[in-house]
Write a protein that binds this ligand. Structure first.
Ligand code: SAM
Length: 268
């Protein structure tokens, strides 16, 4: 979870390669808008809009879109790409819009990183018109058959320490733990939203063989992390990676199973 200031710094840095690294956001953005089904001309607020995965889909349906993001660079680029959008750098916890300004509020892959999701949902509720819709996407966390890769990266890149890894903090009100689909629906209900519904999105990515998996992961962060290793460890990492991927390949094929859930609700 990140504060608005941390989001600004992190996402400003990711602006050039954001949708290349997080390749699934485009498809999910389209499906989120299909799920929300705004009529043409709807006033849409896209919260944490990033490079515009959700915004683009809303524009394609003839909506009038206002996009906000904590990262000024994301907003700058989004407006360069889509000059018809009103883009503003803004913290989602303090939406600078009058009550009832929008028919639909969207947030694609945002709620899970907010440090104050309840505050943001209350703001979204305030700026929606009565009868308005909120539509959110949330990644479904599952390492699945890539567990070997997670273990390998931990072995090579986790800071050397003799301390055991601490368990996550207890799930208390002061420290509510990571966002889950149930928690999100509960928060929507507590905020006063009705007719809460979900829809799953599955995006399996089949990969031909171990070298193709390596090539696929390189522009998505693998290049940067493996460059932090000395040359001999880097070679060892690549060998072990290809061995792990070969086992996965022999055991039913290499498929990356990305999944998300869409959440939709209505403001009374
Ligand atoms: C994972 S990206 C999702 C971007 C886009 N919605 C998509 O589906 O591709 C999360 C975005 O939320 C923005 N963000 C994070 N915290 C925010 C906050 N408090 N207020 C506004 N935007 C925030 C980040 O800057 C980032 O662009």
């Amino acid at each position: 979870m990140v504060s608005s200031a941390q989001a600004r710094e992190k996402y400003d840095q990711l602006v050039d390669r954001y949708e290349e690294i997080f390749f699934y956001v485009g498809d999910t953005g389209r499906r989120l808008i299909e799920f929300a089904a705004p009529p043409p001309g709807s006033r849409v607020l896209d919260v944490g809009a990033g490079r515009g995965a959700v915004t683009r889909a809303a524009l394609a349906l003839g909506c009038s879109v206002t996009a906000i993001d904590a990262s000024p660079k994301m907003i700058e680029r989004l407006v360069e790409d889509h000059p018809e959008v009103t883009g503003v750098a803004m913290d989602a916890a303090h939406l600078d819009f009058t009550a009832g300004s929008f028919d639909l509020a969207t947030a694609g892959f945002v709620v899970q990183i907010l440090d104050e999701p309840a505050v943001v949902l209350a703001e979204v509720h305030r700026v929606l018109a009565p009868g308005g819709t909120v539509a959110l996407s949330l990644e479904t966390q599952s390492v699945g058959r890539l567990g070997w890769f997670q273990e390998l990266t931990l072995e090579f890149f986790a800071p050397a320490t003799s301390e055991p890894v601490s368990p996550p903090p207890a799930d208390t009100e002061a420290s509510p733990g990571p966002m889950t689909h149930d928690r999100l629906d509960a928060l929507l209900a507590e905020t006063g939203f009705l007719d809460i519904e979900r829809a799953p999105v599955e995006m399996p990515v089949p990969i031909a063989d171990p070298p193709a998996l390596w090539d696929w992961l390189m522009p998505r962060g693998l290049a940067e992390i493996q460059e932090t290793l000395p040359a001999d460890r880097r070679a060892e990492f690549r060998t072990r990676f290809l061995q792990g991927a070969q086992t996965m390949h022999d055991d039913g094929g290499i498929t990356l199973d990305f999944a998300a859930t869409l959440h939709r609700a209505r403001r009374p």
